[in-house]
Design a protein around this ligand. Structure first.
Ligand code: CA
Length: 220
Protein backbone atom coordinates (compact mmCIF):
# COMPACT_ATOMS: atom_id res chain seq x y z
CA UNK A 1 0.00 0.00 0.00
CA UNK A 2 1.15 3.50 -0.80
CA UNK A 3 0.62 6.66 1.21
CA UNK A 4 1.24 10.38 0.70
CA UNK A 5 2.31 12.43 3.72
CA UNK A 6 1.42 16.12 3.43
CA UNK A 7 2.96 18.10 6.30
CA UNK A 8 4.94 21.32 6.10
CA UNK A 9 6.91 20.82 9.31
CA UNK A 10 9.98 19.04 7.88
CA UNK A 11 10.87 17.02 10.97
CA UNK A 12 7.34 15.84 11.57
CA UNK A 13 6.97 14.98 7.89
CA UNK A 14 10.18 12.95 8.05
CA UNK A 15 9.15 11.15 11.25
CA UNK A 16 5.76 10.26 9.83
CA UNK A 17 7.30 8.98 6.60
CA UNK A 18 9.88 6.90 8.48
CA UNK A 19 7.24 5.32 10.72
CA UNK A 20 4.99 4.55 7.78
CA UNK A 21 7.85 2.96 5.84
CA UNK A 22 8.70 0.88 8.84
CA UNK A 23 5.06 -0.23 8.98
CA UNK A 24 5.33 -1.52 5.41
CA UNK A 25 3.99 1.35 3.29
CA UNK A 26 5.53 2.94 0.22
CA UNK A 27 5.64 6.63 1.15
CA UNK A 28 5.73 9.90 -0.79
CA UNK A 29 6.13 13.26 0.91
CA UNK A 30 4.90 16.77 0.21
CA UNK A 31 5.90 19.83 2.23
CA UNK A 32 3.46 22.31 0.67
CA UNK A 33 0.01 22.43 -0.86
CA UNK A 34 1.08 22.77 -4.45
CA UNK A 35 3.27 19.71 -4.38
CA UNK A 36 0.55 17.75 -2.59
CA UNK A 37 -1.99 18.75 -5.22
CA UNK A 38 0.32 17.64 -8.04
CA UNK A 39 1.08 14.27 -6.44
CA UNK A 40 -2.52 13.52 -5.47
CA UNK A 41 -3.60 14.13 -9.04
CA UNK A 42 -0.83 12.24 -10.81
CA UNK A 43 -0.05 9.32 -8.52
CA UNK A 44 -2.12 6.51 -7.05
CA UNK A 45 -2.37 6.37 -3.27
CA UNK A 46 -4.17 4.07 -0.90
CA UNK A 47 -4.45 6.87 1.67
CA UNK A 48 -3.29 10.42 2.41
CA UNK A 49 -2.18 12.07 5.62
CA UNK A 50 -3.06 15.73 5.27
CA UNK A 51 -2.04 18.59 7.53
CA UNK A 52 -4.56 21.44 7.21
CA UNK A 53 -2.23 24.42 7.74
CA UNK A 54 0.03 24.40 4.67
CA UNK A 55 1.95 26.95 2.59
CA UNK A 56 0.72 27.80 -0.95
CA UNK A 57 -2.62 26.03 -0.76
CA UNK A 58 -4.14 25.04 2.59
CA UNK A 59 -5.26 21.50 3.31
CA UNK A 60 -8.97 22.22 3.42
CA UNK A 61 -8.91 23.86 -0.02
CA UNK A 62 -6.98 20.89 -1.39
CA UNK A 63 -9.43 18.43 0.09
CA UNK A 64 -12.45 20.21 -1.40
CA UNK A 65 -10.74 20.45 -4.78
CA UNK A 66 -9.89 16.76 -4.80
CA UNK A 67 -13.36 15.69 -3.81
CA UNK A 68 -14.84 17.99 -6.48
CA UNK A 69 -12.50 16.40 -9.02
CA UNK A 70 -13.71 12.93 -8.03
CA UNK A 71 -10.50 11.93 -6.25
CA UNK A 72 -11.88 9.62 -3.59
CA UNK A 73 -8.67 8.49 -1.87
CA UNK A 74 -9.12 8.03 1.91
CA UNK A 75 -7.81 11.11 3.75
CA UNK A 76 -6.74 11.34 7.37
CA UNK A 77 -6.42 15.00 8.39
CA UNK A 78 -4.00 16.25 11.02
CA UNK A 79 -5.68 19.00 13.04
CA UNK A 80 -4.63 21.36 15.82
CA UNK A 81 -5.46 20.06 19.30
CA UNK A 82 -8.68 21.46 20.69
CA UNK A 83 -9.80 22.95 17.40
CA UNK A 84 -13.20 21.31 17.01
CA UNK A 85 -13.96 23.88 14.35
CA UNK A 86 -11.05 22.68 12.19
CA UNK A 87 -12.04 19.06 12.75
CA UNK A 88 -15.62 19.68 11.65
CA UNK A 89 -14.47 21.64 8.60
CA UNK A 90 -12.04 18.88 7.69
CA UNK A 91 -14.60 16.11 7.92
CA UNK A 92 -17.26 18.16 6.16
CA UNK A 93 -14.67 19.01 3.52
CA UNK A 94 -14.28 15.34 2.66
CA UNK A 95 -11.83 13.91 5.19
CA UNK A 96 -12.50 10.35 6.34
CA UNK A 97 -10.98 10.71 9.78
CA UNK A 98 -8.73 13.01 11.80
CA UNK A 99 -5.96 12.95 14.40
CA UNK A 100 -5.33 15.94 16.64
CA UNK A 101 -1.77 17.20 17.12
CA UNK A 102 0.31 16.37 19.01
CA UNK A 103 -0.42 12.70 18.41
CA UNK A 104 1.09 9.34 19.10
CA UNK A 105 2.31 7.69 15.93
CA UNK A 106 0.54 4.49 17.02
CA UNK A 107 -2.78 6.30 16.74
CA UNK A 108 -1.98 7.61 13.26
CA UNK A 109 -1.03 4.09 12.14
CA UNK A 110 -4.17 2.55 13.64
CA UNK A 111 -6.46 5.11 12.01
CA UNK A 112 -4.67 4.67 8.70
CA UNK A 113 -5.10 0.89 8.84
CA UNK A 114 -8.79 1.38 9.58
CA UNK A 115 -9.23 3.79 6.66
CA UNK A 116 -7.59 1.38 4.24
CA UNK A 117 -9.56 -1.50 5.71
CA UNK A 118 -12.87 0.30 5.14
CA UNK A 119 -11.88 1.60 1.70
CA UNK A 120 -11.07 -1.92 0.55
CA UNK A 121 -14.16 -3.48 2.11
CA UNK A 122 -12.43 -5.51 4.83
CA UNK A 123 -14.33 -6.48 7.94
CA UNK A 124 -11.51 -7.88 10.04
CA UNK A 125 -8.19 -6.31 11.06
CA UNK A 126 -6.22 -9.32 9.83
CA UNK A 127 -6.48 -10.46 6.25
CA UNK A 128 -6.93 -14.12 5.49
CA UNK A 129 -6.68 -16.09 2.27
CA UNK A 130 -6.85 -19.85 2.76
CA UNK A 131 -3.90 -20.76 4.98
CA UNK A 132 -2.25 -17.35 4.49
CA UNK A 133 -2.78 -14.66 7.11
CA UNK A 134 -1.41 -11.12 6.88
CA UNK A 135 -1.75 -8.89 9.90
CA UNK A 136 -1.29 -5.19 9.03
CA UNK A 137 -0.99 -4.37 12.77
CA UNK A 138 2.19 -6.36 13.20
CA UNK A 139 3.32 -6.61 9.59
CA UNK A 140 3.53 -10.37 10.07
CA UNK A 141 2.56 -13.05 7.58
CA UNK A 142 1.90 -16.68 8.40
CA UNK A 143 1.17 -19.74 6.31
CA UNK A 144 -0.71 -22.46 8.20
CA UNK A 145 0.35 -20.65 11.41
CA UNK A 146 4.05 -20.82 10.47
CA UNK A 147 5.76 -17.41 10.16
CA UNK A 148 6.83 -16.41 6.63
CA UNK A 149 9.69 -13.96 6.21
CA UNK A 150 9.17 -11.41 3.44
CA UNK A 151 11.26 -8.50 2.18
CA UNK A 152 9.60 -5.08 2.33
CA UNK A 153 8.67 -5.18 -1.36
CA UNK A 154 7.32 -8.71 -1.18
CA UNK A 155 5.22 -7.60 1.78
CA UNK A 156 3.83 -4.62 -0.13
CA UNK A 157 2.89 -6.80 -3.09
CA UNK A 158 1.19 -9.36 -0.88
CA UNK A 159 -0.55 -6.71 1.20
CA UNK A 160 -2.00 -5.05 -1.90
CA UNK A 161 -3.16 -8.37 -3.36
CA UNK A 162 -4.67 -9.45 -0.04
CA UNK A 163 -6.52 -6.16 0.46
CA UNK A 164 -7.97 -6.68 -3.02
CA UNK A 165 -8.34 -10.44 -2.99
CA UNK A 166 -10.73 -11.86 -5.50
CA UNK A 167 -9.95 -9.02 -7.92
CA UNK A 168 -7.62 -9.16 -10.92
CA UNK A 169 -4.77 -6.71 -10.36
CA UNK A 170 -2.74 -5.65 -13.37
CA UNK A 171 1.01 -5.40 -13.21
CA UNK A 172 0.72 -1.63 -13.79
CA UNK A 173 -1.67 -1.20 -10.86
CA UNK A 174 0.55 -3.24 -8.60
CA UNK A 175 3.58 -1.21 -9.64
CA UNK A 176 1.77 2.04 -8.79
CA UNK A 177 0.94 0.87 -5.29
CA UNK A 178 4.22 -0.64 -4.14
CA UNK A 179 6.78 2.01 -5.07
CA UNK A 180 7.36 5.55 -3.88
CA UNK A 181 7.48 8.19 -6.60
CA UNK A 182 11.25 8.65 -6.60
CA UNK A 183 11.87 4.93 -6.83
CA UNK A 184 13.37 3.65 -10.07
CA UNK A 185 10.49 1.45 -11.17
CA UNK A 186 10.83 -1.59 -13.29
CA UNK A 187 7.61 -3.49 -13.91
CA UNK A 188 9.60 -6.69 -14.53
CA UNK A 189 10.53 -6.77 -10.88
CA UNK A 190 6.86 -7.28 -10.04
CA UNK A 191 7.13 -10.66 -11.74
CA UNK A 192 10.16 -11.43 -9.62
CA UNK A 193 8.28 -10.53 -6.41
CA UNK A 194 5.34 -12.69 -7.44
CA UNK A 195 7.62 -15.63 -8.17
CA UNK A 196 9.28 -15.29 -4.77
CA UNK A 197 5.93 -15.00 -3.01
CA UNK A 198 4.76 -18.17 -4.72
CA UNK A 199 7.89 -19.98 -3.54
CA UNK A 200 7.32 -18.83 0.02
CA UNK A 201 3.53 -19.16 0.19
CA UNK A 202 2.74 -21.97 -2.22
CA UNK A 203 2.47 -21.83 -6.01
CA UNK A 204 -1.34 -21.89 -5.93
CA UNK A 205 -1.59 -18.79 -3.74
CA UNK A 206 -1.34 -16.25 -6.57
CA UNK A 207 -2.97 -16.91 -9.89
CA UNK A 208 -1.66 -15.37 -13.14
CA UNK A 209 -4.24 -14.33 -15.70
CA UNK A 210 -2.24 -14.00 -18.86
CA UNK A 211 -2.24 -10.45 -20.21
CA UNK A 212 -4.45 -9.25 -17.36
CA UNK A 213 -2.60 -9.60 -14.12
CA UNK A 214 -2.70 -11.45 -10.83
CA UNK A 215 -5.39 -12.62 -8.48
CA UNK A 216 -5.64 -14.14 -5.05
CA UNK A 217 -8.79 -16.20 -5.01
CA UNK A 218 -9.83 -17.38 -1.59
CA UNK A 219 -12.81 -18.46 0.44
CA UNK A 220 -13.71 -15.58 2.72
CA1 CA B 1 1.18 22.96 9.24
Amino acid sequence: MRVLVVEDEPRLNEQLAASLEEAGYAVDRALDGERADFLARTERYDALLLDLGLPNVDGLTLLRRWRDAGIGVPVLVLTARGSWHETVQGIDGGADDYVAKPFRIEEVLARLRALIRRATGQTTPELRCGAIVLDPRSGKVTRADAPVRLTSHEYRVLSYLMHHRGRVISQAELTEHIYAQDFDRDSNTVEVFIARLRRKLGAETIETLRGLGYRMECER
